[in-house]
Design a protein around this ligand. Sequence first.
Ligand code: VGL
Ligand code: ZN
Length: 206
Amino acid sequence: MKSALLLVDIQNDFLPGGALAVPEGDAVVPIANRLQWLFNTVVASQDWHPPGHLSFASSHAGLKPFDTTTVAGLEQILWPDHCVQNTAGAEFARDLNTEGVDAVFRKGEDPRYDSYSAFFDNGHQRSSGLADWLHARSITRVYIVGLAADVCVLFTALDAVNEGFDTVVVSDATRGVDLQPGDTKRALDRMPQQGVSLVTSRTILN
Ligand code: VGL
Ligand code: ZN
């Protein structure tokens, strides 16, 4: 059985002080760094939007961040401008060890489509190539850490199950946005019901 560690969107804009700050988002960084030593394969996703991306409230006249609208038939939460390509906010967290990262999968690059999952866009039309990349290396289990628990980590984990991976989310190595109070708890409750295992980093590190 071969495993990979998947670092989801551990980027400056999702850390305290960032454009779309996740409360305590920085807490995942040291855990992600410690876990990396245990894995031969480490992959990172990077939210990577062009300016004017349709997921930005600033792209929709009259709407503001965290309003909801419909884009191409899909419900879309409108976010503050975040993770704009080639800006400091889009860079990986300064303290994240990226030396051992074997591949980076960028998402949200098409101005028309948002992509919470590292595997597929939100309409499930376009694959990022991540599943093929992992399958090609005979990886059957993925351990997921990063941000945000109730957005990109959740949808990445659900897609990983669908793609046939034994999927494990490291519960103390993720934090949520909690746009609605309880979102993070609901996301973590939903995971085991959908075939995702939850473990703590302690269990893995011991
Ligand atoms: C994310 C909202 C918008 C995430 C990305 O990484 O969880 N959330 N874009
Ligand atoms: Zn985004």
